[in-house]
Design a protein around this ligand. Structure first.
Ligand code: ATR
Length: 245
C-alpha cells in the first residue's frame, strides 16, 4: 500500500508509482478524482462517475475504471439472487453522493426500471437522475416523503454516512411501515450492523451488510487486472473478523 499524506507532492508520488512493476492498483478516498489527470485512458463508466477506484497498467499505460457501483450490485445479487432477477422491483436509494451515483448507474445499466432517489439536497439527487436511460423511471424525493412511502419499496439502499461509527444510533429515515418482503441494504460497514439494519430486521425485512460491497469491489478489480475470477469462500467471515477488530 502506498500511503500518501495530504502534504505530499502528489505528482511526485505518481511519477514514482509509474516506475514500479505492477499490473495495477486501487485508489481510495480522497484520491478518486485527483488521479484522473494522471491516466492515459478512462473507461466510460468512470468518466461518468468522475471518479476512479481501479487503475490497470497495460503496456505502460494507465487505464482508469470505477468498480464501485458494479461491485455493490454484485454483492447484493449474490445475497439475493432470486429477488434481484426481477428488474421491476421498486428501489429506493437514500443519499446522493459518490456512492449513490455509482450504484444508480450500475442499476440502470443492469436494466432495473424503478429507481427513486431520496436525499437531503434535492439538486444532487436530480443530477444523479440524469444518468437514467429510456426505460428508467426515477422520482426524486425528500427524506420526509420517503419515510411516508416505506411500504411501497422492495429494496432500500442506504448510501449516506448516517449511522457510521460504533454506537451510532442515527438512521437516515425511520423504516416504520417497511414490507416484510423488503430488502434493506446499508453501505456503512462500521459497525457491521447499523441501527438502520437492526431496525429493518426487527420489522421482519431482510438485510444486506455494507462490508460485502468491499469484497465484491475487490473481486471485480482483481478480474480487471488478471482476467481471473476469485471465489469469495470464507472471505466474508474473515473480513467481518477484521472489522470487528
Ligand atoms: P460518498 O461519496 O461516500 O457517497 P458524499 O459524497 O459525501 O459521500 O455523500 C454523502 C451523502 O450523505 C449525501 O447524499 C449527503 O446528503 P447531502 O447531499 O444533502 O449533503 C448525505 N448525508 C450526509 N450526512 C447526512 C445527514 N446528517 N443527513 C442527511 N443526509 C446526509
Amino acid at each position: 500500500m502506498l500511503e500518501i499524506n495530504i502534504t505530499d507532492d502528489f505528482s511526485e508520488k505518481m511519477r514514482k508509482l509509474r516506475a514500479k512493476e505492477m499490473d495495477g492498483f486501487n485508489v481510495t478516498v480522497p484520491y478518486k478524482q485527483k488521479i484522473i489527470p494522471y491516466l492515459d485512458e478512462i473507461d466510460e463508466e468512470a468518466e461518468k462517475m468522475g471518479a476512479v477506484n481501479t487503475v490497470v497498467k497495460e503496456n505502460d499505460r494507465w487505464i482508469g475504471y470505477n468498480t464501485d457501483g458494479r461491485g455493490y450490485l454484485r454483492a447484493l445479487k449474490s445475497k439475493f439472487p432470486a429477488q434481484l432477477e426481477d428488474r421491476t422491483k421498486r428501489i429506493l436509494i437514500l443519499g446522493a453522493g459518490g456512492a449513490a451515483r455509482g450504484i444508480y448507474y450500475a442499476l440502470v445499466h443492469d436494466g432495473y426500471t424503478q429507481i427513486d432517489i431520496a436525499n437531503r439536497t434535492k439538486e444532487s439527487a436530480l443530477d444523479i437522475a440524469k444518468l437514467q436511460d429510456e426505460q428508467t423511471e426515477t422520482h426524486v424525493l425528500t427524506l420526509d416523503k420517503a419515510e411516508q412511502l416505506t411500504n411501497q419499496y422492495d429494496i432500500f439502499i442506504q448510501t449516506t454516512s448516517v449511522g457510521m461509527g460504533q454506537g451510532n444510533e442515527d438512521m437516515i429515515i425511520s423504516l416504520d411501515g417497511v414490507k416484510k418482503s423488503a430488502i434493506v441494504s446499508d453501505i456503512v460497514y462500521q459497525p457491521i450492523e447499523t441501527a438502520f439494519l437492526k431496525k429493518a430486521k426487527s420489522l421482519g425485512a431482510s438485510v444486506h451488510y455494507g462490508h460485502t460491497m468491499l469484497l465484491y469491489q475487490a473481486q471485480y478489480a482483481f478480474e480487471i487486472w488478471t482476467n481471473k475470477h476469485v471465489p469469495m469462500n470464507q472471505m466474508d467471515e474473515e473480513l467481518q473478523e477484521i472489522l470487528k477488530g
